[in-house]
Ligand binder design. Structure first.
Ligand code: AP5
Ligand code: MG
Length: 231
């Protein structure tokens, strides 16, 4: 099963991808996280991506597509993938179709995380991450137990470098110009499931999980079923 999470910055893609990984064993491909790791390692991808992330612009397609090819290979032993933050433009969406075809796979569903714009800035400015293990917190909705300290590894939490007002603006612009058309691309194929992601983390998860468990059951019983719903 291949799931794509689509939505604006701060809509909860990473949070739900993590849950799919932890609870249902999905192989998680979170593009932003992969770039942040590469930047930390200062490898060739990191060097290329650093400037683009700092500006809130997209890394070039050829690099992104190559990384996805690699991830598809890495996740092969798992049956299910979740893609968070890919594809982000039409060119990537077309390339993704070819990559999946090579692997005899196809997209099962694209969850579109719908949320009012006003909530997003709030979430992004209150987000804190652990620079060591990558855990994500929110000072308002998902605070750490001990102030500013990671629950998992005790490291001091930081703000993501692109969570500053000027870069947030640029990320939204890129999303509107380049990623919104991707939603249309998948809508034509009846793959899009709209989820209200302006509700609590748990509620969003219950909706995503309910759909996926049903789909997994259909896969097992090979019934198919192509109906799309809103949650
Ligand atoms: P990326 O890291 O993917 O950033 P993004 O798309 O801007 O999305 P975010 O990670 O900011 O938000 P999210 O939706 O994951 O929300 P989260 O779950 O953290 O990409 C970064 C950069 O990498 C890009 O700008 C680009 O440069 C590059 N890049 C990535 N992919 C690329 C591609 N395909 N091509 C080219 N370049 C690419 O949640 C946000 C906050 O809200 C958290 O604090 C969380 O705790 C909280 N929260 C989550 N859900 C809820 C809820 N339901 N209720 C309340 N709070 C919640
Ligand atoms: Mg994210």
């Amino acid at each position: 099963m291949v799931i794509v999470l689509l939505g604006p910055p701060g809509s909860g893609k990473g949070t739900q991808a993590e849950r799919l990984n932890d609870n249902l064993g999905f192989y998680k491909v979170s593009m932003g996280d992969l770039f942040r790791e590469a930047i930390k390692k200062e490898d060739s991808i990191g060097k290329e991506a650093k400037e683009q992330l700092a500006k809130g612009k997209l890394v070039q397609d050829a690099t992104v597509i190559e990384m996805v090819r690699r991830e598809l290979r890495k996740g092969k032993s798992r049956k299910n993938y979740v893609f968070d933050g890919f594809p982000r433009n039409i060119n990537q969406a077309i390339a993704f179709d070819s990559l999946l075809k090579e692997e005899n796979r196809e997209i099962d569903a694209v969850f579109y995380f719908n949320i009012p714009f006003e909530k997003l800035v709030n979430r992004l400015t209150r987000r804190r991450i652990c620079p060591r293990c990558g855990a994500v917190y929110n000072l308002e909705t998902a605070p750490p137990i001990e102030q500013n300290t990671c629950d998992r590894c005790n490291t001091l939490l930081v703000r993501r470098e692109d969570d500053i007002e000027e870069v947030i603006k640029s990320r939204f612009q890129v999303y509107t110009d380049e990623t919104v058309p991707v939603k249309g691309y998948y809508q034509k194929r009846h793959l899009v499931i709209t989820v209200n992601s302006g509700t609590s983390e748990e509620r969003v998860w219950q909706n995503v999980k309910e759909y996926i468990e049903r789909k997994l059951h259909e896969h097992r019983t090979k019934k198919g079923g192509n109906e799309k719903q809103e949650y």
